[in-house]
Design a binder for this molecule. Structure first.
Ligand SMILES: [Zn+2]
Length: 425
């Protein structure tokens, strides 16, 4: 088994892979510079494990305050860091620091040197390229972030969530300004949404993203567009309020449901795949059942012309996702974020999917990080995890090492290229 693993990993190490999902600032020049290594590395993910281990919210705020002395902040975080170090998030950071800075992980003995080396990267242009291209061998990353981006590194994905749930009048006014519209009727709103998608297409968008499972259920009822009229009334209802008030726009669930159906219609018309957050929500607490991919089942039936790229292996609903990807030609599994949520779950899930799901239905990697360094650790763990699953299948006699390598090529490159219509040349 070990020999199979080594042989497959040697092949996978060399691949220039597609990264299906990142949250980086699109231009390195716009990277946050008022920070240090502890603050940057705790902007997400590992901070949630620290909170889970018992670090208080106020303790975390102190640890992430780069204006305070570094080692005093380490004193606060160290007990929790040691408890969480072996999670996927913790390992991703240690792997990153070993590879990018030649230091033995994030720990008391390395922290000062690490912070110095990290600050160097803020002062030396080219860090994105060094991490993403040279160290991580990523051909292109799909970018879930607004604003300008470097086309040598990224292809954008457009979020239309604010058209589904605009939250406040400020968002509505912003949309009016961006698209030169005044929202008086539902038609005005739909036209603005269509215009947003068209503009995103012109700017290179290769997919639509829905991240609303953080705030509502993934069950979108098949309501009629007429039911959305009340949402426009909700926008009107706060127009008179002064801008120092909150001006919340309380659109009802029917409006949100109708809008997502409208957007899926646009996706079908444009031939754009739709990426959907499912499974565990980042942060310290949420309603997990809201994000069960099974709730999307009716949409897969209603929109056979839309390809759905289901994020994060649906963790911990990866078995449900297996059945959905098996049942539906238009449902694809995306392993973004998964390799660091749980390396073992990712290895086991992939081994299960290879038994149940055709190998063209899975994309193996998306870093899903908001800071560039840890993408290195994540892609390295993803390559190892995929090699482990494939080696297990070779050991079971399902295929040989050379077929395992072909499958790795599909998972890391060909499948996302095909699904998102990417041109890597
Ligand atoms: Zn994400």
């Amino acid at each position: 088994m070990r020999d199979y693993y080594d042989a497959i990993l040697v092949y996978i190490e060399e691949l220039e892979i597609v990264d299906t999902h990142e949250h980086l600032v699109g231009l390195e020049a716009n990277r946050e510079r008022e920070t240090d290594v502890l603050q940057e590395y705790l902007t997400h993910y590992f901070n949630s494990d620290l909170r889970s281990a018992g670090l208080s919210a106020s303790g975390l705020r102190q640890v992430m305050d780069h204006t305070q002395p570094l080692m005093a902040r380490w004193d606060i975080v160290e007990p929790y860091w040691e408890l969480a170090r072996h999670t996927g998030y913790g390992r991703s950071l240690d792997v990153t620091v070993q590879a990018l800075y030649g230091l033995d992980g994030v720990r008391r003995e390395t922290l000062v040197a690490l912070d110095e080396a990290f600050r160097q990267t803020l002062a030396t242009p080219g860090h994105y390229r060094r991490v993403l291209k040279e160290a991580s061998r990523i051909a292109i990353s799909l970018l879930d972030a607004d604003g300008a981006y470097d086309p040598a590194l990224f292809r954008p994905v457009v979020r239309l969530d604010r058209f589904i749930w605009p939250r406040n009048l400020q968002t509505v006014l912003q949309i009016e300004q961006e698209y030169g519209a005044t929202i008086r009727t539902l038609d005005d709103w739909l036209s603005a949404c269509d215009a947003a998608l068209k503009r995103a297409r012109e700017q290179g968008a290769v997919a639509i993203k829905n991240g609303l499972a953080y705030v509502r259920s993934l069950r979108y009822e098949p309501v009629s567009l007429r039911d959305a009229e009340r949402g426009i009334a909700a926008m009107r209802a706060v127009r008179h309020m002064p801008d120092w008030e909150e001006q919340p726009v309380n659109v009802d669930v029917a409006f949100q449901d109708a809008m997502f159906h409208f957007i899926l219609g646009l996706a079908e018309r444009e031939g754009l795949p739709v990426q959907i957050h499912t499974g565990i929500q980042e942060g310290s607490g949420n309603l997990l059942t809201n994000s069960d991919p099974q709730l999307l089942n009716p949409l897969f039936i209603q929109y056979p012309g839309v390809n759905f790229d289901i994020f994060h292996i649906g963790y911990p609903y990866q078995h449900t996702l297996s059945a959905l990807a098996k049942m539906f030609p238009n449902v694809y599994i995306d392993m973004c974020w998964a390799h660091i949520i749980s390396p073992t779950a990712s290895v086991n899930a992939l081994a299960e999917w290879i038994d149940a799901v055709p190998v063209n239905k899975i994309s193996a990697f998306g870093g899903d990080y908001g800071f560039v360094d840890a993408i290195y650790g994540h892609q390295w763990m993803a390559r190892q995890n995929v090699a482990r699953s494939l080696a297990r299948k070779v050991d079971e006699g399902v295929f040989d090492v050379s077929r395992a390598c072909e499958i790795a090529h599909l998972l890391f490159i060909d499948n996302p290229v095909q699904l998102f219509g990417l041109d890597l040349t």
